[in-house]
Design a protein around this ligand. Structure first.
Ligand SMILES: Nc1ncnc2c1ncn2[C@@H]1O[C@H](COP(=O)(O)OP(=O)(O)OP(=O)(O)O)[C@@H](O)[C@H]1O
Ligand SMILES: [Mg+2]
Length: 406
């Protein structure tokens, strides 16, 4: 398809359609980039843009690929991207064997870069940024024709920009709480080895609401279990507040879990013979610096239910108790694996409202879901595909739980 003239024009037409039918700038740029990535079969693509009003550096606006660029940036002239921005000349590094410059290598840590195209984009008034494409998914090289499509895309993106509002300011992430590099996880059953995680590179930032999405079986729960210290990676490094815990002993992992992480699952796992309050107190006794159990129930709006047993509460109420149980630990980070999957719409919103309150109160939250609508609440959305990260989006204006409809 890529080699035919028809395919070439068809792609340009499609990209143009996506851009001109978009109602927001995000839709235009993200949709356009995705259409091209599909056509040229790129493993990774990044829209970089210049923050003229701020630090004057190039920041990633949106990207596709198994990488986390959230806090990366380049000075004008530095790295491939900075160089292309400064010269305003596209670079087609096809069949290249040279060493990457340090900055570019750091952007794509965990990937072996073998083919790259960088094109500048600007409107008639100013130079806006650079669009970068890295590696073909089939391991081959970008073609000159593929690179032509990328340059045309950059022109169309600039037109979209010229007629719309300016790009949002770069997101200012907090401190890095967790850092995953090249994380893999294999399971062995007899002679059969299944590779579930195939190299995950992800940073989790203090106070953020991160939502993880992806098809069933792509490795979301496996990843969450590693982040939470319930499971260990086969290879790669995992640091928590700068401390490497990828090779921690079982005892160290248990301590890590107990002191730092709260879990919320799809099933509530409450002790049936204990009241809501007793369920919380049981946990409070195990940790160093617990939140008051009554206070935790108040946060989730269940003070008058504290003497109820799980069987005397609805699914949504039980899930709120399980959120309170996570809160009681006063954890730095809460991990939630499809917490609303078993709940109806109205009850899900109630539960999400509580989670919103918790994360906006400063607790870092990583939540796995199948529900596309829930991504609107997140600060960042990570889409996984087949054991790797595929796409990371920063939400400049996260929605409230009460705004969600499905
Ligand atoms: N202990 C294990 N032994 C062998 N295979 C496993 C094990 N745990 C998970 N897997 C496999 O790893 C893959 C990913 O599982 P995981 O539970 O992480 O997926 P998921 O993305 O959470 O899916 P879902 O959306 O259905 O919950 C699946 O194919 C699963 O069968
Ligand atoms: Mg799962």
């Amino acid at each position: 398809m890529e080699s035919s003239m028809f395919g070439y024009f068809k792609t340009i037409g499609e990209v143009q359609g996506v851009i001109s039918n978009a109602t927001t700038l995000d839709e235009a740029l993200q949709g356009g980039l995705k259409a091209i990535v599909e056509h040229v079969g790129a493993e990774s693509a990044v829209i970089w843009y210049i923050d003229k009003a701020g630090d004057g550096k190039l920041h990633p606006y949106f990207w596709i690929g198994p990488i986390d660029l959230t806090s990366r940036s380049h000075e004008m002239g530095n790295g491939t991207v900075g160089r292309v921005y400064l010269s305003q000349k596209a670079e087609r590094l096809l069949n290249f064997r040279t060493e990457l410059d340090e900055e570019t290598a750091a952007d794509f840590a965990g990937m072996e870069v073998t083919s790259m195209v960088c094109v500048p984009f600007s409107n008639q008034f100013e130079d806006l940024g650079v669009i970068q494409f890295v590696n073909k998914t089939d391991g081959g090289q970008f073609t000159e024709e593929g690179a032509d499509v990328m340059e045309i895309m950059a022109m169309m993106a600039a037109i979209a920009l010229g007629e719309n509002e300016a790009l949002a300011e770069p997101w200012q992430p907090g401190e890095i709480v967790m850092s995953l590099r090249d994380i893999t996880r294999e399971f062995q059953n007899g002679d059969i080895v299944t590779k579930v995680l195939k190299g995950v590179n992800l940073d989790v930032y203090e106070g953020e609401f991160l939502v993880l999405l992806g098809e069933s079986g792509c490795g979301k729960s496996t990843l969450l279990n590693i982040i939470g210290g319930m499971d260990q990676a086969t290879s790669g490094s995992f640091t928590y507040l700068g401390r490497d815990i990828s090779r921690a002993t079982q005892t160290e992992l248990t301590d890590f879990r107990r002191d730092n992480v709260g879990f919320i699952f799809q099933s509530y796992n409450l002790m049936p013979n204990l009241t809501a309050l007793q369920n919380l107190k049981l946990i409070a006794e195990l940790v160093n610096d617990p939140m008051d159990a009554d206070k935790a129930l108040e946060v989730v709006g269940l003070s008058e239910r504290k003497q109820n047993y799980p069987s005397q509460m609805s699914g949504g109420q039980q899930q709120r108790v399980s959120i309170a149980r996570a809160l009681v630990k006063n954890p730095r980070i809460i991990l939630a694996d499809e917490p609303t999957a078993a709940l109806d719409y109205a009850t899900s919103i109630e539960v999400l409202q509580v989670m919103e309150e918790v994360v906006r109160g400063g607790t870092t939250m990583v939540m796995v879901t199948h529900n596309e609508e829930i991504t609107r609440m997140a600060d960042r959305v990570v889409r996984m595909r087949d054991g790797r990260m595929h796409e990371v989006t920063v939400n400049r204006h996260p929605a409230h739980a009460t705004d969600l409809v499905w």
